[in-house]
Every structure is written in structure tokens, then in C-alpha cells.
Design a protein around this ligand. Sequence first.
Ligand code: NAG
Ligand code: NAG
Length: 304
Amino acid sequence: MSALLKIAQYFFTTGIKLVSSISIISLAALYIFQRKLVYPSSLNNARTLVDKPDKYNLPYEEITIVTDDNEKLQSYLLTHDSTDPNYANKTILILSPNAGNIGYFLPILHYIYQNLKYNVFIYSYRGYGSSTGSPSEYGLKKDADAVMRYISTNKQLSQSSIILYGRSLGGAVSIYIAAKYGHLISGIILENTFLSIPKVVPYIFPLLSPFSFICSEIWNSEEDVKKINPDIPCLFLSGTEDEIVPPKHMKVLYDTISESSDKDRTGVKIWRDFKANHNNTIVSPGYWDTWEQFAKELVVPIGK
Ligand SMILES: *[C@@H]1O[C@H](CO)[C@@H](O)[C@H](O)[C@H]1NC(C)=O
Ligand SMILES: *[C@@H]1O[C@H](CO)[C@@H](O)[C@H](O)[C@H]1NC(C)=O
């Protein structure tokens, strides 16, 4: 009887040890591979083939931005003639969403440059497209620092009004830039971005929600948004059927930034939602009208 009990006990404790070591191994794996989950930069060969603006017959300069820690970021700069009487004197800095590469954005870049007549600057984060390195929150912030250094020393760009346009992950990068370089920023357009990575995890992977605490990638936009100068006008474009980022995140960001602006401040905060998901918000009816009206009428200089 007692021998049986001992055997049972042995199997029981070994079982527990086995299960818990498997969990520890999978947690460790999850910790190590989370960057691959958070930044799927290699999906669909996005690291091998990166389209260039000449594919759309757009004039551009290809610029390599070098970061403090020596990563080389591929970027495209498209400028208009600043002596043209209709020159808008505005530059859209595009902060890319997560998957894909800057080539995927060219149709939108074409529209902003050709139809709306703004200068455009777009770059690949480290570990994306043809940029060197591998992505992390720490690294992407260094990239943003290097890009802002470039913009603030480029003669034409530094004399234009800079508008940040960030979708999803790009929204988090925009909020980082706006919080740190507010004096260089004249407007912010955010689409389907999140409060933080740990707060998105339970929505996309419900089974992982008890493990949100092991996230090393945070992107704490919920806090950083409070540091944005209230004089900067902001536009929030939200897909109410977003299946990746809970739409409520956008609302909380909007409410937070609106509360921090008292009535004496000039930067208006605009909210607009669309019956759309994470991907197709950008092609919703009214999206580009709202976008254009904001850039034209609410960002100084007005009307261009
Ligand atoms: C653009 O605006 C800046 C100030 O906002 C001004 O210094 C510069 O002269 C303007 N450039 C053109 C070409 O309008
Ligand atoms: C969103 O876009 C990605 C890549 O462009 C695609 O793989 C995915 O199926 C799309 N999802 C939806 C819901 O449209």
C-alpha cells in the first residue's frame, strides 16, 4: 500500500515538475521570441524587396540615416519647390505600421505628395525593409531620435511645419516623438494606435493575458501622451471594428490629451471614427477628406 502511495506520489511530483518546467521553458521562449511576435518585420519577404518611389514616377532622394548606435536606416525624402507661390510649407513625417516595409506605403505617399502637395519623409525602422539591425522599443526610439536630428538640420524641412502621421505601431512612435520634440512638431495624426503593448496582448491572444507581465516591449503611450504640448493640434482616426487594437484605446488617448488641454490652448483635438477594422480604416469613406481638412485648416500655416 505504502509502496503504491510512494509510486503515485513520485508520478505526481514528477508530473508537477514536468509541467512547471515546460511552462518555465515556454515562458522563457515567449520572453525571447516576443520581439518576433511584436515586430513581424520579415513577413511576406518584406526584408528582401522594398519598392522605391520611382515605381510611381515620383522624384525622391534616398537618404541613409545613421543612428547613435550606428544602425543605418533607409529613408525617402520627397520635397516640393519652396519658391513655388503655392508651396504648402508642410512636411508629413510618416511613421509606419508594423508589418511590411516602407514600399507598402508608396500609394499613400503618392497621394500625399502629388495630390495634397506636401513634402514627405518616410523611413524604415531598424530591422525593417533595408535598414540594418533588429527591432526593439529601445532601438526604434533611437531611430526616431536620429530622424528628428536629420529633420531639424535639413534646411527645407526644418523651416516647414512637421506633421506626424502614425498608424498603429507608428502611432506609438509618433507619441514618443511628439512628447520629446514638441517644439519641432506642428500637428499629429494618429490612426488605430494603442495604450501600450501589454494592454493589447489580452485582446489579440486571450490565452496569453496572464503573462502580459513578461512583456519587455511596452510603448507606454498612455503615459507619454500626457507629455505632448497641448498647443499641438491632433487628429484621431479610429476604426470602431478594429480587431487588433481595442478601439477603446484610441478613445482613452483622445480623452487624456483633450483633458490636458485647457481652453486657452490653441491645439484643437479632433475625433473621427469609421465603421472599419484595423486595416481598412484608411480606405473608409471620408477618411482622406478629414485628413486633408485637418492638415490644411488646423495646422499652421492655415490654408496650404
Ligand atoms: C515656411 O515657414 C517658416 C516658418 O514657419 C518660414 O520661416 C519660412 O520662410 C517658410 N518658407 C516658405 C518658403 O514659405
Ligand atoms: C490586413 O492586412 C494584412 C496585410 O496587408 C493581411 O494579411 C490581413 O489579412 C488583413 N486583415 C484584414 C482583417 O483585412
